[in-house]
Design a protein around this ligand. Sequence first.
Ligand code: GRF
Length: 206
Amino acid sequence: MRVGVLVSGSGSNLQSMIDAERRGELAPAKLVCVISSRPGVRALERATTAGLPTFVLDHKTFATRAEFEARLVAILRGQNVELVALAGFMRVLEKTFLDAFPGRVINIHPALLPAFPGVDGQGQALAYGVKISGCTVHFVDEGTDTGPIIAQRAVEVRPDDTHDTLRERILQEEHALYPRVLQKLAAGKFRVEGRKVVELPAIIRD
Ligand code: GRF
């Protein structure tokens, strides 16, 4: 299954996918291209180093969100992308995009959804004073971080945590979780039943 990754920044999650693919742990998922909404970001360097085709699509150069999304779709279709993984992509995607890849867009969020959706999940968790936070991989729908949850990992929030230390520990879990989910999704190991994403037992799926 051909995967396009959408980024806007550092691309450490993209790197975790590239590394997993190198170790042979991503198949049948296959990374085929990386699109950034911002020029000059580290994620683009990582993609180029890995030999992946890159595209920069600056939303500010488009008159409307729909035009921006239509161009994104055209690039992904041009690369025969079947599954879209958002990895730190800083634009909200709407109907034009989601209709083009129904049930085929996933995202990683740095909190245990439905807690702390939107920007700065780590900062929200610290400010609220929760003792446990984590990360969530979910399908993308038209809401903000509201789509069906595929997988989560918990991370303890320590009394002396700063935004940076918590962010780092959550990122470690993100890097372990996201490539695993991609692999399993591509291998058909999940079934969506309404809001619930069920992991199929080996006896049914194999
Ligand atoms: C991660 O914290 C991810 O959960 C969020 O954006 C951040 C991206 O980091 N959606 P990176 O660009 O993958 O390093």
